[in-house]
Design a binder for this molecule. Structure first.
Ligand SMILES: [Zn+2]
Ligand SMILES: [Zn+2]
Length: 340
């Protein structure tokens, strides 16, 4: 069906399906919805012809349908993609004007080929760039030229490189590639918060407004992920500071998702070590027994018993202990808990 189109450009292997449809539409003087309808119609036609034992799908259609389409993935993977807007590498686009699949990944923020930050907002009106603006070379919101003015800023981000490498892997399926990225993204989350002192809103705002700064933040988070000691020290400092204004529960609330699933996150080691580090010197707080049990995955009964054994005079009536006490005796307490 799509063969009705007279001009048939070759799809690139790393091109997004949306990009290819735009190119088809532009070159054939059709609208994007015309072209999309043709492709989806050929879907039903070809399945019927296939039932008749005749493969009615041309190689051109096959290639078009084989392209990566970020909208095809179910809820589980949706969080990996930018669905509304289109960021891009100005240098890649200048070399060859089509949208790379990688640009659709939320956390792919600097080009691994050119080492520059991607662009996601229009210089003139500061609105997010849409895919149609890219192909028209002018912003659909303010009519200014989008591409020609872009100054690419040097930016290296290991996580963007990881996305590129994972999507290049030939030994696993696309679903498995996305699963790997989903897992890595989740592991990165607490470290992003750590860089921004627990403030996830600051992280998200930066990703929307300044990809160059966001790439620097993401890169810092990755480096922290590989440097346990620095992470522990940084978190202990931040908690110490926050404890002057907040209860311990509120101070560590940005990491609640880690506490509730400690075996699911590498970061739980950092959280445990900083709470038990005895590095919170300026302020003390109270740590609830429930929190200790959830994070260290031990029974409350065993924990109470261990506390009584190490510190016979301790009162646990309020179901909490001073953080400083916990830090000082945590080693002994966990030795007893684990011995049982
Ligand atoms: Zn590039
Ligand atoms: Zn604009």
């Amino acid at each position: 069906m799509i063969d009705k189109l007279l001009v048939r450009p070759n799809p690139h292997n790393d091109e997004s399906q949306e990009s290819f449809l735009y190119r088809l539409a532009i070159q054939n003087h059709r609208t994007i919805s015309d072209v999309s309808t043709l492709l989806s119609r050929s879907d039903s036609v070809s399945s019927r012809t296939r039932n008749r034992g005749d493969n009615g799908t041309s190689s051109f259609e096959k290639a078009a349908r084989g392209l990566f389409n970020k909208r095809e993935w179910n809820d589980r993977f949706k969080i990996l993609f930018d669905l509304q807007f289109q960021k891009f590498c100005a240098l890649c686009f200048a070399e060859n004007p089509y949208v790379r699949t990688l640009w659709d990944f939320k956390k792919y923020v600097s080009c691994h080929k050119h080492g520059v930050a991607l662009t996601n907002i229009c210089d003139t009106c500061a609105r997010p760039i849409r895919i149609s603006s890219l192909f028209r070379r002018t912003c659909v919101d303010c009519n200014s030229q989008v591409i020609s003015k872009i100054n690419s800023v040097a930016s290296q981000d290991p996580f963007s490189e990881l996305i590129a490498k994972t999507m290049e892997r030939k030994d696993i399926s696309i679903t498995e590639q996305l699963d790997v990225l989903l897992m890595e993204t989740e592991q990165l989350k607490p470290y992003l918060r750590l860089v921004e002192n627990g403030n996830m809103k600051a992280v998200m705002d930066l990703r929307k407004s300044n990809l160059y700064e966001y790439a620097a933040l993401q890169s810092k988070a990755i480096h922290l992920m590989h440097d346990g000691q620095r992470s522990i020290q940084l978190l202990a400092d931040q908690l110490d500071d926050r404890l002057s204004k907040l209860t311990t529960g509120n101070a560590i609330s940005p990491y609640r998702f880690v506490i509730n699933n400690p075996s699911g996150y590498k970061f739980s080691k950092v959280l445990k070590a900083s709470l038990a580090s005895n590095q919170m010197v300026r302020n003390d707080g109270e740590l609830s027994l429930k929190l200790i049990c959830t994070l260290w995955q031990i029974e409350e009964k065993a924990l109470r018993k261990a506390f009584k054994e190490v510190l016979p005079g301790i009162s646990l009536k309020k179901n909490q202990v001073p953080l400083s006490t916990f830090a000082r005796y945590s080693k002994q307490i966990f030795t007893i808990c684990k011995a049982r």
